[in-house]
Design a protein around this ligand. Structure first.
Ligand SMILES: O=C1O[C@H](COP(=O)(O)O)[C@@H](O)[C@H](O)[C@H]1O
Length: 252
C-alpha cells in the first residue's frame, strides 16, 4: 500500500515552506502529546533548518531532535551534520535548548555508534531494553541526493534490504565521508510524516524519476510511510519536469 502523497510546488520558497510545515506539525503534535520527536537530515536540508529553526513559534523545550543519518567525523569537521546545527543554530541562538538535540556519538566506530544510537532512540521513546517495537517519529525531514539517495541509503547498497536493524552503520558510502550511520527503511517508513525538500535545477531530473517514473532503484522512491503521510516540497526549477500532480503509481 502506498502512503498518500502531497506535492507542493512553491516557486522559490522551499525554505519558508519546509520551516512552515515543521512549525505546523510540531504544534499540531504538541497539542496532542507532551513531546515532538523530529528527525533531521544533512546536506542542503540541514542548512535550511539550522538557519531558520530558531524563528519558529513553538515550545522547543518539548522537542527531541534526532538525526536521520550522520557522518562519523568530529563535530567540528565541516562534514558533520550535527556540526551544521551547532554552528548555525545553537552557537548563534543560545536560547534554543541544546538538550533538544540527540547527536550520534561520533567518537565510536560506525558499528558501535549505530548500536548506541538505536538504543538512544528507543530509550527516548520510552521503550524497555530488548523491545522490538518500531518507534514512530512525528516528522522526518529528508533530503534528495542527486543520485536519489536519502539519509545514507544509497542506490544498490545492501542496506536498502535491511529489515530488522533501525540504525545501521555504513563503512563504504559512495559519497564521502565513507563512514556513516543511517536510519533504515523500517524506521523511516514508520514515521507519521516523511517530508522531502528539493531545491535547485540540479534536482529536476532525479525528482522526475522519483515522482513520475516511480523508479524503485532510487532510495527516495522507496520511502513509503504506510501509516503516515509523504510530502514533497519543490521549487519551480526542481519541479520543472513534473506536470500536474504526481501520484507515484507503479509503471507497467
Ligand atoms: O550525504 C547526504 O546527502 C543527502 C542529500 O544532500 P543534498 O545536499 O544533496 O540535499 C542528505 O539528505 C543526507 O542527510 C546527507 O548525509
Amino acid at each position: 500500500m502506498s502512503a498518500p502523497l502531497d506535492f507542493y510546488q512553491v516557486g522559490d520558497a522551499v525554505c519558508d515552506e519546509l520551516l512552515g510545515l515543521l512549525e505546523k506539525f510540531a504544534n499540531e503534535t504538541l497539542a496532542k502529546q507532551d513531546t515532538f520527536r523530529l528527525g533531521v537530515s544533512g546536506g542542503s536540508v540541514a542548512t535550511i533548518l539550522a538557519e531558520g529553526m530558531h524563528d519558529l513559534r513553538s515550545d522547543f523545550s518539548k522537542w527531541q531532535i534526532f538525526f536521520c543519518d550522520e557522518r562519523i567525523v568530529p563535530e567540528d569537521d565541516k562534514e558533520s551534520t550535527y556540526g551544521v546545527y551547532k554552528r548555525d543554530l545553537l552557537d548563534n541562538y543560545p536560547k534554543f535548548p541544546k538538550a533538544a538535540f540527540y547527536p550520534v556519538n561520533c567518537k565510536l566506530s560506525a558499528t558501535d555508534a549505530a548500536v548506541e544510537y538505536e538504543k538512544t532512540i528507543r530509550k527516548a521513546f520510552g521503550q524497555k531494553e530488548g523491545s522490538t517495537e518500531v518507534p514512530s517519529f512525528d516528522l522526518l525531514i529528508l533530503g534528495i541526493g542527486p543520485d536519489g539517495h536519502t539519509a545514507s541509503l544509497f542506490p544498490e547498497h545492501p542496506l536498502l534490504e535491511e529489515k530488522t536493524v533501525l540504525i545501521a552503520p555504513i563503512e563504504n558510502s559512495p559519497k564521502p565521508p565513507p563512514k556513516r550511520v543511517t536510519m533504515t527503511y523500517p524506521l523511516i517508513n514508520s514515521a507519521k510524516v516523511c517530508l522531502f525538500g528539493a531545491q535547485g535545477a540540479g534536482k529536476a531530473q532525479i525528482l522526475k524519476r522519483i515522482l513520475v517514473d516511480n523508479d524503485q532503484s532510487l532510495p527516495v522512491a522507496r520511502v513509503n510511510p504506510t501509516k503516515g503521510r509523504l510530502i514533497f516540497v519543490a521549487c519551480d526549477e526542481a519541479a520543472s519536469l513534473i506536470e500536474g500532480n504526481p501520484s507515484r503509481e507503479a509503471k507497467p
